[in-house]
Design a protein around this ligand. Structure first.
Ligand SMILES: Cc1cc2nc3c(=O)[nH]c(=O)nc-3n(C[C@H](O)[C@H](O)[C@H](O)COP(=O)(O)OP(=O)(O)OC[C@H]3O[C@@H](n4cnc5c(N)ncnc54)[C@H](O)[C@@H]3O)c2cc1C
Length: 271
């Protein structure tokens, strides 16, 4: 499959990328790792006239502790998240979730910002950032704005990001030694989740249980009220609207959500 012809630009700074985005408007799109964009272009579901490559901008690649948060540049690759000593110590859930994304080739190209911007409800990292209570920092013609992950996703492949904006940074709280767990149910190794469940510090997030990553709010409330893991996990699918597809029916996904939540909470409690 060959994409529609496009012009390619590789600015050497973030400001240059933002200027090109402003110049070309909705005719342009940015390329980070290309592991979601290029398949979409090859299927001709997207046909941008201009592709702006931000994948090599050093300004967007860092992982730093800032106060009670860790700040991660949007261009940081999954492999860097997975192998970061800072994240292993401060936000171990995020590093562990990055380790489950695709295969080594995907993790060496794909970026955290790209995964969040693409907003595939079957992706692991958007749900992890939601579970952590993270913040997404957007920069565009009007300057910078910070969007809580709870407000970022609006639907399948859809977010509050405006066309002229870039995700520049993702901030997640330092959870340190708080118990965490990630359970990902796949049919084949290296696959997307049929359902995934992330948990840290009493919060629980769901992968592929609706149009966006979700928090299992009934489970979280039950845990806060002192319910057992068994009883809290039984509520994990409440309020969700998972899809039925070739991989699983909606009812099977609800079953998986309950089972995986119990396993993730049990792992978290034992850490
Ligand atoms: C074989 C394969 C297996 C995979 N398996 C998994 C998996 O198991 N779990 C999983 O979660 N993901 C999986 N992925 C997806 C992978 O994680 C992608 O890398 C990721 O979803 C997109 O990141 P990217 O950097 O490649 O973004 P790109 O493909 O470059 O871009 C994706 C979209 O985000 C936009 N974008 C990128 N960066 C920014 C930014 N900074 N600001 C604003 N918009 C931006 C682009 O314009 C585009 O619309 C897989 C992909 C492949 C090809």
């Amino acid at each position: 499959m060959i994409p529609v012809a496009f012009n390619y630009a590789r600015p050497d700074s973030l400001d240059g990328a933002l200027a090109l985005l402003a110049e070309h408007g909705e005719d342009a799109t940015v390329l980070a790792g290309g592991h979601s964009l290029l398949p979409v272009m090859k299927l001709r579901l997207a046909a941008p006239e201009v592709v702006i490559d931000i994948g090599r901008l050093p300004e967007l690649r860092y992982i730093e502790v800032r106060g009670d948060e860790v700040a991660i540049g949007a261009g940081t690759r999954h492999r860097a998240v997975e192998s970061s000593e800072v994240l292993a110590a401060e936000v171990p859930l995020l590093a562990a979730v990055a380790r489950t994304v695709g295969d080594p080739q995907v993790r060496h190209r794909g970026t955290l910002g790209g995964s969040l911007a693409h907003a595939d409800p079957a992706s692991d990292l958007p749900a992890a950032v939601l579970t952590l209570g993270g913040t997404i920092v957007l920069r565009g013609p009007q300057g910078e704005r910070e969007v809580p992950a709870t407000d970022f996703y609006t639907g399948v492949f859809s977010t509050v990001k405006e066309p002229g904006e870039l995700i520049v940074e993702i901030r997640v709280p330092r959870t340190g030694s708080a118990g965490w767990g990630y359970e990902k149910f796949v049919r084949r190794a290296n696959d997307w989740a049929i359902v995934g469940v992330a948990t840290v510090d009493g919060r629980v997030g769901l992968v592929n249980m609706g149009a966006t990553p979700l928090r299992a709010t009934a489970t979280e409330a039950a845990l806060a009220d002192g319910a057992s893991i068994e009883d809290a996990a039984a509520l994990a699918a409440e309020g969700t609207e998972p899809s039925s597809d070739l991989a699983a029916t909606a009812e099977y996904r609800r079953h998986l959500a309950r089972v995986l939540t119990r396993r993730a909470l049990t792992t978290a409690a034992a850490r």
